[in-house]
Design a binder for this molecule. Structure first.
Ligand code: TXA
Ligand code: MG
Length: 342
């Protein structure tokens, strides 16, 4: 199959919508990461997504809608908290988990009685969904286990020949996947941190439970028991080690251990400290949104093959940094050290 590279002209958006209607796969831009979209109501089309990504069948997909008003078409028992979240953040980087209606096939929800729904903040993709006339099921458009894609070029790198088309909508603004909130229980529950920070959600909703998967506590225990792999995601070929601690202590730690074949993933403010240590900056520590926006592209740059070990610097703090930290820790398989102060 030849993968078409489409633009965001109305004519190309119509072509993308027609491919989705016909049961094909299209890479779609969103404000978070690129998605791998198919007709979310067509089990055959959805099955192709799992094949193209190499994704386990038991991992459900997010259903993308073009307007919040579509939510009741696919979900039942929508609580006030969900309406408030939709009003406040849609279109935007928020996904809600709600009880599913029968119209959504089991292939999309992996057999769960809930469905994840999101209205993305990208005009081209909302137009594609509107023109297609069906909700679009879309996971991140990367090979399973690899960093998510934030440019059309990255989508082609992973998916060329496996999908019908990709729409180039430029680089993604947020850069990490959406915040996921489960609204099926008595208290809203954060399942995945993303573009909208936990503090903001708590302030809006009054209460928010944080799933242990968010902080990685469970995973860390699991990794101790079964070293390494089970929870590895977003991972370049190289081994990633997060080095926490002050700028100076971390630089001492890393510089003392740096060997040929290693690389350093750091903040722009730190580039000088690692001049002879193959540094890549993924954003500015002083502007946390640049770190989330740049993380996956930087991990992909370091995935060239020669780099065997990456020492990574990780932001502290709340808001979007919770998501950046979560993704970086997963890419590191939760391997973290704290550099000792002098
Ligand atoms: O920003 C995003 O959310 C991107 C863009 C393309 O919209 N999509 C994305 O999809 O990140 P994916 O498939 O890479 O991640 C979706 C996550 C998975 O961890 C999946 O297990 C979870 O959402 N999920 C989907 N349906 C769910 C459900 N019913 N209950 C709980 N988790 C669910
Ligand atoms: Mg993904």
């Amino acid at each position: 199959m030849t993968t078409l590279l489409l633009s965001t002209t109305e004519q190309d958006l119509e072509r993308a919508a027609a491919i989705i209607q016909a049961g094909g796969l299209v890479g779609i831009p969103t404000e978070t990461v690129y998605g791998l979209g198919a007709n979310g109501l067509d089990p055959e089309a959805v099955r192709k997504i799992f094949l193209a990504k190499g994704r386990p069948q038991d991992n459900p997909l997010i259903l993308h809608i073009h307007d919040a008003a579509q939510l009741p078409d696919f979900c039942r028992d929508i609580p006030d908290a969900a309406r408030l979240l939709a009003e406040t953040y849609w279109p935007g980087p928020l996904t809600m988990v709600l009880p599913v209606r029968d119209v959504v096939p089991k292939t999309t929800t992996a057999g769960l009685n809930t469905v994840a729904v999101r209205c993305p903040d990208n005009d081209a993709t909302r137009e594609i969904i509107r023109l297609a006339g069906v909700p679009v099921a879309a996971p991140s458009a990367n090979l399973s286990g690899k960093p998510s894609t934030t440019t059309a070029r990255h989508v082609l790198h992973d998916m060329d020949g496996r999908i019908d088309a990709v729409v180039d909508g430029g680089p993604c603004r947020v850069g990490v996947e959406s915040t996921i909130v489960d609204l099926t229980g008595p208290v809203p529950r954060l399942l995945r941190p993303g573009g909208i920070g936990p503090e903001e959600l708590t302030a809006l909703l009054g209460e928010l439970e944080i799933d242990r998967a968010v902080t990685g506590e469970i995973s860390r225990e699991a990794v101790v028991r079964a070293p390494g792999m089970k929870y590895k995601h977003y991972a370049p070929a190289a081994e990633v080690l997060i080095v926490e601690g002050s700028r100076e202590a971390a630089a001492r730690y890393i510089r003392a251990r740096f060997q040929p074949g290693d690389a350093v993933l750091c903040f722009e403010e730190e580039l000088d400290l690692y001049a002879d240590c193959n540094p890549t900056a993924y954003g500015r520590e002083a502007e946390p949104a640049t770190l989330s926006a740049g993380l996956f592209a930087a991990l992909r740059r370091l995935d060239g093959g020669e780099v065997q070990r990456i020492f990574a610097r990780c932001p502290t703090g709340g808001g979007i940094s919770v998501a950046t930290r979560n993704r970086l820790r997963k890419s590191a398989g939760f391997r973290t050290v704290t550099a000792e102060e002098d």
